[in-house]
Design a protein around this ligand. Structure first.
Ligand SMILES: Cc1cc2nc3c(=O)[nH]c(=O)nc-3n(C[C@H](O)[C@H](O)[C@H](O)COP(=O)(O)OP(=O)(O)OC[C@H]3O[C@@H](n4cnc5c(N)ncnc54)[C@H](O)[C@@H]3O)c2cc1C
Length: 390
């Protein structure tokens, strides 16, 4: 574990846009979300005027220069990661002009109204209905697990518009203002104690006709565009869907506390570190392929399936390293007692580790469960037979 792990490739140092970008950031040391959005820096891979139409090399350069300048991008996970790419793909010019800049600037937060009590992995069996009444769609139904619904101004909504069509063809995709009359949002508090997701009831909610995205009945294929972005966005470096600590943080925390005397825990740490290296190499392969202009391989699904379980392994091990104190709130891997800050030089406050342990089971559920990821790998990558029809 003493050798320095390899990092993903740097963007080219002599890239023609690097100097220009560096000087813009020097002139705008604390840019607002709107300024970053209008300069195309929030999602540089999006086409102009919303992005820079950046190839992977320029994307790396933008990331590096923002990091160097200490500038953080606006946060709007579902808006920027999922709603935006779908609107770019199928939205009208009016929809793009109305929604994309405030979405990129995080002035308007978005949520995703897909899952229902009876439709999760099998999303196509959703029963929320939208019926056209004059110039308005009238929506009735219930959604669940809707992250940020209580904070969002808009939601991307899947609803059934052709009840008699085959299951996958009768669904349409809508933009739903979250303050529309008829919407009731009820909090669901998860076991970390946080209120992130909600139940959303839609009772005769009237949406203007122009809130349909793409063609009527095309919602299933648009939902797949959204979810494909979800799989990519959820597989970053941190243990909690790209956020939070990494296994290197855990190793650093253990090292600064003088190492581990228990041989079994030490062996587990080595195993989790090796997993982290495999994931890092998979990520390097994906980035290198993108920089070389090669189409992405099956790494994205494989990475999500591995990364979600890796996150659980990191958080489970951190809890076990804390021993009996790991059962308490706010306990880090080596602190031995609850404390707001780690007494050693870990990169993350102890509360982040105990939160992470409680959050980790969600990793293999949200954005497609582990079992469903494995089905995708089996059927699309390995060419194995489909599930038998029920
Ligand atoms: C933290 C978090 C945030 C979320 N945020 C949102 C959100 O913002 N918007 C939204 O719409 N949804 C959201 N979800 C919901 C999420 O998309 C669903 O939980 C997920 O799709 C699984 O659906 P389900 O919970 O109904 O489980 P089910 O689909 O009922 O699955 C139950 C079990 O059966 C297994 N299973 C199902 N089908 C198969 C199969 N074909 N083969 C093998 N095993 C199978 C599953 O793997 C699972 O173990 C969120 C979930 C989490 C955990």
């Amino acid at each position: 574990m003493d050798t320095e792990p390899p990092s993903p490739p740097d963007g080219p140092h002599d890239h023609p846009h690097r100097a220009e970008l560096r000087s813009w950031l020097a002139d705008h040391p604390e840019p607002t979300g709107r300024l970053l959005a209008e300069r195309g820096l929030v999602a540089p891979h999006w086409p102009t005027p919303w992005g820079l139409g950046a190839d992977p090399a320029l994307q790396l350069v933008v990331d590096e220069e923002l990091r160097r300048a200490g500038v953080r991008r606006p946060e709007n996970t579902i808006g920027i990661g999922w709603a935006g790419p779908t609107l770019l793909h199928a939205g009208t010019d009016e929809q793009k002009a109305r929604y994309l800049v405030p979405l990129l600037a995080a002035e308007e937060i978005w949520c995703q109204l897909f899952s229902e009590p009876g439709a999760g992995s099998d999303l196509a069996s959703l029963t929320t209905r939208a019926e056209l009444d004059g110039d308005e769609w009238v929506v009735r139904g219930q959604k669940v697990w809707t992250s940020y619904a209580h904070l969002a101004q808009f939601g991307i909504l899947l609803a059934r518009t052709e009840p008699d069509a085959p299951m996958h063809q009768g669904i349409s995709y809508f933009i739903c203002p979250m303050d529309a009359p008829g919407i009731t949002i009820r909090p669901l508090v998860d076991m970390t104690g946080a209120h992130t997701f909600n139940e959303v009831f839609l009772d005769e909610v009237r949406l203007p006709r122009e809130n349909l995205v793409g063609e009527r009945g095309q919602g299933w294929s648009l939902g797949k565009v959204t979810l494909a972005n979800e799989r990519v966005s959820l597989s970053g470096a941190g243990a909690l869907w790209g956020m939070g600590p990494t296994v290197d943080d855990l190793v650093a925390t253990v090292r600064s506390a003088g190492g581990i005397s228990d041989p079994l825990l030490r062996q587990r740490l080595a195993g989790v570190w090796i997993e982290g290296e495999i994931l890092r190499l998979l990520r390097m392969r994906t980035v290198a392929a993108a920089v070389a202009g090669t189409p992405p391989g099956p790494e994205a699904s494989v990475r999500k399936a591995l990364a979600d379980e890796h996150g659980q392994h990191i958080m489970g091990l951190a809890r076990d390293l804390a021993g009996a104190a790991g059962m308490l709130d706010g306990t880090g891997p080596v602190s031995g007692s609850p404390a707001p800050e780690s007494p050693v030089t870990g990169h993350w406050p102890d509360a982040m580790w105990s939160f992470g342990f409680l959050f980790a089971p969600a990793l293999t559920i949200g954005g497609g469960t582990s079992e469903v990821q494995r089905n995708i790998i089996a059927e699309r990558t390995l060419g194995l037979p489909h599930d038998p029809q029920a």
